[in-house]
Design a protein around this ligand. Sequence first.
Ligand code: HEM
Ligand code: SF4
Length: 639
Amino acid sequence: MDIKTLNIPPEVKREIEEFAAEVERLNRGEVSADDFKRFRLQQGIYGQRQDGEQMVRTKLPFGRVSADQLGCLADFADKYSNGILHVTTRQDIQFHFVKISDVPKGLQDLAEYALTTREACGNTVRNVTACHKSGTCANESFDVSPYAGAVSRFLLRHPLTQNMPRKFKIGFGGCNGCGLTAINDIGLNAVVRRENGKEIRGFKVLIGGGLGSYPQAAQLLAEFVPVKDLLRMCEAIVRIFEQYGDKKNRNKARFKFVLQKLGLEKLKELYEKEFASLSGAAYSEIKVQEDRMPDVSKFTPNHAFDSDPEFINWKSRNTCKQKQSGFYNTQIKLSLGDLTSAQARGVCQIASAYAAGYMVNTVNQNIMIPWVKEEAFGSLFGKLKEIGLHKSGTEQLRDITSCPGSETCNLGITASRGLARHLSEEMEKNHTASPELDGISIKISGCPNSCAQHHIASIGFHGAAKKVNGILTPFYELMLGGNISEAGAMFGTTVTKLPAKNIPAAVKRLTENYQQEKMAGESFVDFFARKGKMHFAALLDDLKYLPDIEKSPHSYTDFGSDKKFSLEDRGQGECAGAVTDMIQDHLAVAERSLFQGKLALEKAAFAEAVRQANRSVVASGRALLVTEGIDFTDDTESL
Ligand code: HEM
Ligand code: SF4
């Protein structure tokens, strides 16, 4: 493939060409599916449960996306996917059902709009997240988005992060309670200090948080690291992970296990040493434009909805005052994080016509349009209604989070999206909306890995399977009382395991019980703590059982399926592709570089040929070093 587009940086062009060449090698049978897997994961491409289908994840630092970029993503959905854009819990947008042969062209289309999928999957630094209201939130200490952007750019394609022991997550919060920092490997909360009458910006630094089947809340590394040391601090921590992360056992590889093994005090010591060793390194200055007030287009107010109860409800639930007087953050509620390409184009037009022309994806899988004036609410609501995105209630009970689940994920046990869809529809039908239920969140993962973050939900579920009356049946483990707040992360307590088809009844009982028995002003989390696990186990006890299959065959199937429930097509997970066989990894790089080098030589591109040859030699050397238990990240050291 010949990439001619001029505005794509050379290293990105090279990457896409390399991807195209690898796909051709795969098609010719010159590279094994396993070796190719490690390579494509690095580029943000997951294999789906369905053979030959890929999931493509674009990396959108702190979830921000311009109208042009969202337009490009909508085109991608139409050209290469099934016309659906999916907003993820790390503020990314991903696509399903993409053919591998379409990926190189798709990557090029994305690159033209400065979008990349690179390092969105695999053992890399995943998308850097930040609270979606960064820059507009009335409670924030300062706007963290420029810092999140700087860290993201600094670590992308950084040699240190190309073959990490495991994935690594970084999240920013503008104050103490936002940004889900406690469940990241590095969590950074904005803090302002006064020194000699001057304000100094910095971050409280938390480390070693993460969910998965072994959830851990991050611990305090430092009360205050000034912003001038941000990149150096991140590099120091990543270096420690690189040195101490367990590359042999992927189940123990995450940074939280390093923290567990070494202990916080030892880690602090290592950090101080590593940080000091980087004193001579140069880091680019992080530029911050203060108090940017974007241009907002002129518009004619629309009063047609002024007395419409749906509009009044939407205004009260989906809009929130910004710190900048006269402006509002407006949230668009998505069902399961999905929107069609036509809806995405509609959102682009709305953001350009009534706001600042950009959007932010939220960790709750919705889209926020900032910089909307109150006078524009009617027009904005009207336009959202035209594209079917005017539902009210974000970050509330009905706003359920789900992972892809067994619909597309290799590791999925249950169809979490099917359950989430069913619950939302039920609640919509029965008008289950009441301000006193607003504080309850529901999150559903299709297996214990917690991609939907069920551990931090008031009502969290993860998929399981169990035999009932001798028949394998989809089940969910129920966790109650999870929460993330200024006080940190509190993980839900496992209460019981219930058949999937009894979950809607269980949710109804839980919410009704809360409404009936809660004390004035008591949150669901406090209610759970006061009543205790046994109260809820007893409340739901009869729901553990199912009628005989003859009487109720559908009780034994999963949501969205009439077929007999089975785990036969469940595959191997891809979340840690590069860990399992490091030698294979290095050899695959060596072979690939050799091949690329030969191609470059044929084209008389001598500098590129030398670069690839060097890469091939280093990678072969590293493969040998693994047999000695050594893994250097530095090329010279390896040689
Ligand atoms: C052992 C394997 C895996 C583990 C432990 C794991 C764990 C997690 C966790 C904890 C999150 C929460 C989001 C956050 O970090 O803030 C997440 C996000 C996510 N995971 Fe997984 N995951 C695994 C494999 C997979 C697989 C195989 C898929 C399906 C293709 C998948 C799909 C997702 C998606 C769509 C997200 C949303 C966020 C994003 O943009 O990264 N995960 N994962
Ligand atoms: S939680 Fe399990 S089923 Fe859901 S996406 Fe993650 S790995 Fe797949």
